[in-house]
Design a protein around this ligand. Structure first.
Ligand code: UDP
Ligand code: MG
Length: 313
């Protein structure tokens, strides 16, 4: 029989954990195709989350708990879950019941039918989220997809099922700043969407205030796009072209007499524009090299082999 871990990052979730456990345990007990475990990652909660989790673990030995020494963030919490799970399958899910655990059997079913390594859940409806959050999310994915090396599925969070092959590939990635949904898209293998309606948070407040959301978006951009580095090149080039055109215009103006200026003004302006452009341009070139170094420092493998045929025969 297959084994499955449900990976749950928790930060100050005392109001929802019991109910999350009740509903999820119910689902896991009724699973026919897999034996289910739960891994809770307590991401440095300051409320009673810690004691509630310890209590659940003391009465249910299929519940594992990882406590962080402080709040490291949602992504490190999920990463710890993936690093520490030994099962065939894992489902990443939020503790606040926005993502219904009742969908787990459908995810397994999709994984089996489609032979997909990753089944990522796409939100059709997002209840209880502000128009602002939905709009910023939409703009973010639009921008990211025009800038990134990998395609980011829209309206997709970290709620997904991933199999052992994908977990192992993920666990081999050495970079420290992990943007999980991007990395899982990046590792490849067969990935299939699963459409669902996202509920409102059961209780409590979002643990993703605007500041954390911005930091999250910045991480995605810096780790998955080198296009911002191109900006100074384009700007520099534009400045140089404008500088040259302007120089020509003024020079012709002097010859044909349609511009009369104080001596020295023309050359000063031209020099400022031109050298400003050159500086941006060279900064941009440096940026390209930094981009290459950046990729190296991250140390992602150049490729991941899924299968080798006839090598060891
Ligand atoms: N979370 C976490 N560490 C943090 C912030 C959030 O482990 O620093 C957890 C949180 O407990 C929840 C999940 O990440 O299980 C998603 O957070 P939340 O529901 O607040 O985000 P939203 O759904 O509002 O984007
Ligand atoms: Mg939530």
């Amino acid at each position: 029989m297959l084994t499955l871990s449900v990976i749950v990052p928790c930060y100050n979730e005392e109001e929802v954990i019991q109910e999350f456990y009740r509903r999820t345990k119910d689902v896991l007990l009724n699973l026919k195709e897999a034996e289910g475990f739960i891994i809770f990652i307590n991401d440095g909660s300051k409320d009673k989350t810690r004691y509630i989790l310890d209590h659940i673990a003391s009465v249910d030995n299929k519940v594992k708990v990882i406590h962080f020494s402080r709040n490291f963030g949602h992504q490190p919490a999920v990463t710890a879950g993936l690093n520490n799970c030994t099962t065939d399958l894992a489902v990443i899910i939020d503790a606040d019941l926005q993502d219904p655990p009742e969908l787990i059997p459908d995810l397994i079913e999709t994984h089996r039918k489609e032979e997909a390594s990753v089944v990522y859940c796409v939100r059709k409806k997002r209840k209880g989220e502000t128009a602002f959050k939905k709009w910023t999310a939409k703009m973010f994915y639009k921008t990211m997809n025009s800038m990134s090396e990998v395609e980011f599925p829209r309206d997709t969070g970290d709620f997904r099922l991933i199999d052992r092959k994908a977990i192992d590939a993920f666990n081999k990635l050495p970079e420290k700043g992990k943007y999980i949904r991007g990395l899982i898209a990046w590792i490849g293998f067969k990935q299939t969407p699963f459409y669902y309606d996202r509920d409102a948070r059961l209780a409590g407040e979002t643990k993703y205030p605007v500041k954390k959301m911005l930091a999250f978006a910045k991480k995605a951009l810096l780790y998955f796009s080198k296009k911002p580095l191109m900006l100074s090149i384009s700007l520099g080039l534009a400045a140089v072209i404008v500088g040259i055109a302007y120089a020509l215009w003024i020079w012709l103006g002097h010859i044909f007499g349609y511009i009369i200026t104080t001596t020295g003004w023309t050359s000063t302006i031209i020099i400022i524009i031109f050298f400003g452009g050159i500086q941006l341009l060279t900064v941009g070139v440096l940026g390209q090299y930094i981009g290459v170094l950046f990729d190296e420092v991250k140390g992602r493998p150049e490729y991941i082999i899924e299968e080798k045929v006839n090598f060891d025969s």
